[in-house]
Structure formats: C-alpha cells, structure tokens
Design a protein around this ligand. Structure first.
Ligand code: BYC
Ligand code: FE
Ligand code: FE
Length: 475
C-alpha cells in the first residue's frame, strides 16, 4: 500500500487503475495542469535539470529519492499515508464513530469548501514565486525554490484527487477552477488574501516559507485530525514535505542575518544606512519584512470568532492542532477561551465560547511556534555580539481579517490614531524604498558554491551533498 506505482501515467498508491472512471477524469485534468505549469510555473527554467527529491514510498523511513530532473517531467502523483486500522472520529459530535471512508452527506458542502480553500493556496504559492528563479542567490537556493514549487504542485494534486474521487461533478468543476484563479488577478483572484500578495524578492520568499508555509503546517495538522479519513491520510503525507519548506525559510532568514551581522562586526557599524553601503540587508528592514509576513499570515486563520470554525469542529471535519494529544473532552461545549477585543480605545481580554474561538486557538498555537524560530534568529545576533533583537509584532498589528480589521495598532500593541500610523508606518512595514533596495541586491548567482554578497552560505548541502555540488544543470 505504501509503495508508489511509477509505471502509471499518474503515479499513485491508491490503486487508481482499479477505478477507471476516476482514472479517466484525472487523466483529463492532467494536461490542463501541465499547461498551467508551463504558463504560470517557474519562469524561464523548464529546461534545467534540477536535483529534486521524489517520493518513492510513504513510509517514514527512506521515502525520498534524489536525482536530476527537468521540472515539467517531475512525477506529480497521488500519495496517501497508510490507513490506520480502527481509526475513529476523535472529536466533536461524532466522536467514537468509525472514521468515515466516504463523505457524509450532511457535511458535503463544508468539506468541499475546506478542501477547495486548502487546494487553492498550493498553486497560488507557485504563481507568487514564479520569477524568483531569475534572481537566485545561489544554485543551492535555486534548487530549494524549485523543490518547493514542485511539491506545492503536488499538494494541488492531493486536493484534486479528493475532489475528483469524492465530490463527483462539482469536484471536477472545482478542480478546473483551481487552474483558472490566479494569484493577484483582478477578476479571478486566489481565495485567501495572503496568496494574492507578491513575493518579489528572496527575503520575501524566506519570510513566506517561514511564516506562510507554517500556516500550511498548522492547517494541515488540523485537517490531519479530520474524521474524513482520506483527507486525514492525504494531509499526513503532505506534512512530511512541509518541514523542508519551513527549513528553507528559517535557514534563509538566518543566513541573511548572519551575513549582515558579519559586516556590522567587521566594520563596527550599526546605522542602517551604513550597513546598506556594504550591500547587505539592514536588520531594521529585516524586522519590517518580518512584521509584514507575520501579520498577513495570521490573517489566514480567519476571524477570531467564527461559527464556521465551530461547525467544522463539531461536525468532526477539522480538529485542533495535536487534537488527540489534548486531555479534554474533545467536544468543548461549555468551554471558554480568552480573545482580545477593543474597549474604550484599549485592547482587553474577553471570554467567549471555545467552539466559536477555534480559529483563534489555532492562531495562538501558530504564534507560539513562530516565535520559537524568531528566538533562534536572535541567537545569531547574540553570538555575533550585537544588541539588536527581532520581535514578533502584536497580534492586532496590521490585521485585515477579524475584529482588528481596519484598526490602527502599533507593533507593541497600542491603539493609535490614523495620524500616528501614517507618521510611523514607514518604520513598521517595508516601504517602497526598502523593497527597491532589497530588489537592487537580487542578482543571479549560478556558479556552484558561490553566494550572493548579502547572504551567508548554508551550513550543509542537500542530501549530504557538498554546498558546491551542481544542484542545477543549465542547458
Ligand atoms: N482572506 O468565519 P471565518 C498552505 C473569509 S496555507 C480572505 O473566520 P472560516 C500553504 C472566510 O472565507 C493553509 N478571506 O472563516 C502555505 C469567510 O468568508 P464568507 C491553507 C478570508 O471559514 C504556503 C469570512 O472571511 N489552508 O497550505 O472560519 C504555500 C469569515 O471568516 C480570510 C487552509 O486555510 C483570508 N485570510 O476560516 C502553499 C485550511 N480568512 O464565508 C500552501 C482550510 C477568512 O463569509 N480553510 N476569510 O464568504 C479553512 O479552514 C478556513 O477556510 C479558514 C477561514 C481558516 C481559512
Ligand atoms: Fe503545500
Ligand atoms: Fe509548503
């Protein structure tokens, strides 16, 4: 069950050849997907041989195979984690029932909506990152970008499989629509806001893969708890790939900080203008990028009070992060949770029914996990003997979804006037000028082992190869 059949047109471990109608439907979608990849996937790089990891089995040990592949020839397919014997619905009103192998009729619309929202983010991120290959700071980084891109493409396959197999005609229509919405499009944008933002440079890319792919981790963990077993198994396998995406983000930001710190120590400087004269990214600009990506990403968890979230949970469709490790009744009726609200011009805590606050619960778990990595970045500064520290902004800062939408809150959590906001926003969020400066550093470095001036080399290579290994062969 866990080994993947690569002799098929669509590699899979779900015995696709035994369901001819489904196989035909997916084989009909496949060329449209490939056309989308040509049109909207990585720009000007379809001919490169890239050292990519391909899944060969879904068992934890040794599922990966590495080799040089042209991206359009990558074997995208359908891989589910092994079925767990006797698995149950572990929360909500159906707790204790056998996990569903089919879509329960009454939850069909909600499940479809969740799967479509999840699926839509995957190709969106590929679109957002499509020009970055032209300005990669090294071959190693270029390879990591492409690895992430092909895996996000595969995550789309994962959701399209569920739509085709379990949602009939509606599902097939949703799968088509996923190739027609585009990130940032005026008439037909992606569903969630963060996926319509640009990822214009490599600092933005690392921040995106650190913060936004981490939303992927938390949402996938919540869906891996689902009572709908095929969704759970699909998400469990996707999570094994997500770890690398967040690693690329965390180590990318860390290497950027390290290089800046080296220059600051070497020349004994702290002033951002002076730091920029040496062609590296000043820590203040890194903080502003962090503020932007953090705030845009925490919007992805939805409104702080949501009846959708309560329904998804009570129906057994979407659990909490680490649901089965928690020691409560997994029904949450009558439980409460503290959220923030604005009262008399101040942010104050307020207790609300837990079920309605589950978006906030997941957001708070996410924030804890995010801050742990920011602290690891600060270790780099500490080691270099610098006093500057990076910080997560307050969770009410720069929000567009939920009760803080449209409010002006400083990064340290004060409610402020529009005038104060306008006067200070340049210190808090990347300005046009910051973005232009970062863009000016983005030049393409392609010799094996060489790095752009603004970033330190990675500690080790990929799959135990050296850092100067030929990760990409340009043809
Ligand atoms: N932008 O009741 P609410 C990943 C809408 S990332 C725009 O709170 P709900 C990846 C909402 O749709 C993981 N609209 O909504 C990472 C609703 O609209 P309607 C992605 C938003 O449903 C990197 C209204 O506001 N996966 O995998 O409780 C690279 C009221 O809100 C936004 C998932 O998200 C927004 N940010 O919560 C590649 C999991 N937020 O009905 C990939 C599936 C809310 O009033 N999705 N709205 O028209 C869900 O579980 C839920 O849909 C959400 C929203 C948590 C996103
Ligand atoms: Fe993904
Ligand atoms: Fe990802």
């Amino acid at each position: 069950m866990s080994s993947i059949d690569y002799s098929e047109k669509i590699p899979n471990n779900v015995n696709l050849s035994e369901d001819r109608a489904l196989q035909r439907a997916l084989e009909h979608w496949q060329p449209n997907y490939l056309q989308w990849w040509q049109d909207m996937g990585p720009d000007g790089s379809q001919n490169f041989d890239v050292y990519l990891r391909t899944a060969i089995s879904t068992t934890p040990e040794g599922w990966a195979h590495f080799g040089h592949v042209k991206m359009p020839d990558y074997r995208w397919g359908i891989f589910l984690a092994a079925q767990e014997e006797g698995r149950q619905v572990n929360f909500g009103e159906h707790k204790g029932e056998a996990a569903w192998q089919d879509v329960p009729g009454e939850h069909r619309a909600n499940l479809r909506r969740i799967i479509v929202t999840q699926g839509d983010t995957e190709p969106a991120s590929v679109e957002q990152q499509r020009h970055l290959g032209l300005t990669a700071p090294s071959q190693y980084d270029l390879r990591n970008l492409f690895q992430i891109n092909v895996e996000e493409g595969r995550h789309l396959w994962a959701m399209v499989y569920l739509l085709h197999k379990y949602f009939g005609r509606d599902g097939r229509e949703e799968a088509e629509a996923m190739l027609h919405r585009h990130s940032g499009s005026q008439d037909n944008p992606r569903i969630l806001e963060a996926f319509n933002e640009e990822t214009p440079d490599w600092l933005a890319f690392y921040m995106f893969t650190y913060f936004t792919d981490r939303d992927g981790k938390f949402q996938l963990c919540a869906l891996a708890e689902s009572g709908f077993d095929p969704l759970s198994r699909t998400c469990r396998f996707m999570l094994t790939e997500e770890a690398h995406h967040m690693f690329v983000g965390e180590s990318g930001v860390s290497r950027t900080i390290q290089r800046t710190a080296e220059i600051m120590k070497q020349h004994g400087i702290e002033d951002p203008e002076q730091v920029r004269q040496h062609g590296v990214i000043d820590l203040q600009t890194i903080q502003r990028y962090l503020n932007f990506h953090f705030s845009v990403t925490i919007d992805l968890f939805g409104a702080d009070q949501s009846s959708n979230a309560a329904t998804f949970y009570s129906a057994g469709l979407k659990g909490r992060y680490e649901e089965t490790k928690r020691a409560d009744d997994h029904a949450l009726k009558g439980d409460h949770y503290k959220i923030l609200e604005v009262k008399d011009g101040k942010l104050v805590e307020k207790e609300v029914p837990m079920l309605n606050a589950l978006n906030e619960v997941l957001r708070d778990d996410y924030i804890k996990d995010s801050i742990a990595g920011i602290n690891r970045w600060n270790k780099v500064l500490e080691k270099a003997g610098l006093s500057f520290r990076l910080q997560a902004p307050h969770k009410a800062f720069n929000r567009h979804i939920g009760s803080f939408a449209g409010m002006r809150v400083s990064p340290d959590g004060r409610m402020i006037s529009e005038t104060e906001w306008q006067g200070k926003v340049r210190n808090w969020l990347p300005s046009e000028e910051d973005r232009a400066y970062v863009a000016s550093l983005m030049g393409r470095v392609v010799e094996p082992g060489k790095m752009a001036n603004w970033i330190a080399p990675p500690a080790i290579g990929i799959n135990r190869q050296s850092v100067d290994f030929e990760y990409v062969r340009f043809n």
